[in-house]
Design a protein around this ligand. Structure first.
Ligand SMILES: *Cc1c(COP(=O)(O)O)cnc(C)c1O
Length: 437
């Protein structure tokens, strides 16, 4: 494959985009700010690949940041979407397909007894928080540094100066008053979690967490930490909210909570937030939980939530077709084996090159760090060698391999990645390491 350069058509499109779209992109991480260089403008995609404006092909390890678990252009998905489009793009009235998709998701994630469909993970996370507050009559929310739950105001917050003080906004435009009820804790820190509940227990409406964090690369919650989150929420009458927008139907058919349920008997969150894979690449997300909690939502209860495009007929068709494929016997075993092959190959190449490297994966999601061992929290993630990561990123990109353009992002393998694609990637990684010396 000929090496690509940051040439012509991508540069030209970026220059044009910057005139009309802030930073040239509609979501910041696409801008390559962390790694430098020009973003690739995607022309088309098929299977495990996409092609940029220069017609350069890349093996895709972001998969739209998770949704494209079948790869691009899966025939069954395309057929369902095309058929649905001919029947109507949006009605603003209920459809049978919304029931079918809800039934399908509930059967895969049985901790939810009811759910509501929305259009983005942000919307789902934001409403889950409102629901937890409405259902408990309390105000305070616990979250963890390095976890992302969408860009609702109350969740754009970083740790304050101590456990008695609440967080500080991480974005301009979020008044301090809006985040004054959000407490930010360190991921996997059991002692701090216990202290927070001891200090604020009766006021805590809910604890929101990514069970396997995918927005600080890939960091698992330890079993002990997961167990204590559940126990402390139960003990203090707070709701445990699992944000599985990224991990849902991605790390396992039953999502990350099924992975932990195998390790902690009886383990279940109270509310689950889903997105990405369940929409198969269309704007669709959901949140759900126990019936008594979900019945607090309008029109049954006092917690308001609504959406013009919620349960959109084309998006639900896309999600249903995607879930039908990933439910096939052996799908996740095969996907997990592919991801494992990649991670093992990258680890072996790094070992040979004598580069500090630690990697982990679950189902179709993986992460690697330029660190001697796997990090447990955001601070440790950020010790990864970002200068070397950026060289690695561009080395891979120039060899036709597209990984996330920031070291704090996870990676995704799809069912369309062949062993040859994975081995090509490992070889490109080995070559790149050799050039870094
Ligand atoms: C992507 C993501 C979100 C936000 O979803 P959007 O659809 O981008 O709004 C929320 N939580 C997690 C864990 C995510 O990975």
């Amino acid at each position: 494959m000929k090496p690509s350069t940051d040439t012509d058509f991508n540069d030209a499109l970026m220059a044009r985009a910057r005139q009309v779209i802030p930073g040239g992109v509609n979501s910041p991480v696409r801008a390559f700010r962390a790694v430098g260089g020009t973003p690739r403008f995607v022309q088309r995609a098929h299977g495990a690949y996409f092609w940029d404006a220069n017609d350069q092909r890349y093996i895709d390890y972001i998969g739209s940041w998770g949704p494209m678990i079948l790869g691009h252009g899966h025939p069954a998905v395309l057929e369902a979407v095309q058929q649905a489009a001919t029947e109507g793009l949006s009605f603003g009235a209920p459809t049978e397909r919304e029931i079918e998709l809800a039934e399908e998701i509930l059967s895969l994630v049985p901790s939810m007894e009811m759910l509501r469909l929305v259009s983005s993970g942000t919307e789902a996370g934001m409403t889950a928080i409102r629901l937890a507050r409405g259902a408990t009559g309390r105000s305070k929310i616990l979250k963890f540094e390095g976890c992302y739950h969408g860009h609702a105001d109350a969740l754009l917050v970083k740790a304050g100066s101590g456990l008695a003080t609440f967080g500080n906004p991480t974005s301009a435009g979020v008044p301090p008053e809006v985040v004054q009820h959000t407490l930010v804790l360190e991921y996997n820190n059991v002692a701090q979690l216990e202290e927070a509940f001891a200090l604020h227990g009766p006021e805590i409406a809910g604890l929101i967490i990514e069970p396997i964090a995918g927005n600080m690369n890939f960091v698992r919650a330890t079993v002990e930490f997961t167990r204590r989150c559940r126990e402390l929420c139960t003990q203090h009458g707070a709701l445990l909210i699992y944000d599985e927008v990224m991990t849902g139907c991605r790390v396992a058919l039953g999502s990350a909570q099924s992975v932990y349920a195998r390790l902690i008997p009886g383990f279940e969150p109270d509310i689950t937030v889903m997105g990405k894979v369940i929409g198969g690449g269309m704007p669709l997300a959901a949140f759900g939980g126990k019936r008594v909690v979900m019945e607090q939502l309008a029109p049954l209860g006092p917690v308001y939530q609504a959406g013009t495009l919620s349960g959109n007929p084309v998006a639900t068709a896309c999600g249903l077709a995607t879930l039908r494929e990933i439910k096939r016997p052996g799908f996740f075993e095969s996907l997990a084996a592919k991801t494992r092959r990649l991670v093992d190959g990258l680890s072996a190449a790094a070992r040979e090159a004598g580069v500090p490297f630690a990697a982990d994966c679950e189902g179709g999601m993986f992460g690697f760090f330029l660190l001697p061992e796997l990090p447990q929290n955001y601070q440790q993630v950020m010790k990864s060698d970002s200068a070397r990561f950026n060289l690695l990123f561009h080395g891979l990109l120039s060899r036709g391999v597209y990984i996330a353009p920031a070291l704090y992002e996870a990676g995704f393998v799809s069912a369309a990645h062949s062993d040859a694609d994975l081995d090509f990637t490992i070889a490109a990684f080995r070559e790149t390491l050799a050039t870094l010396g």
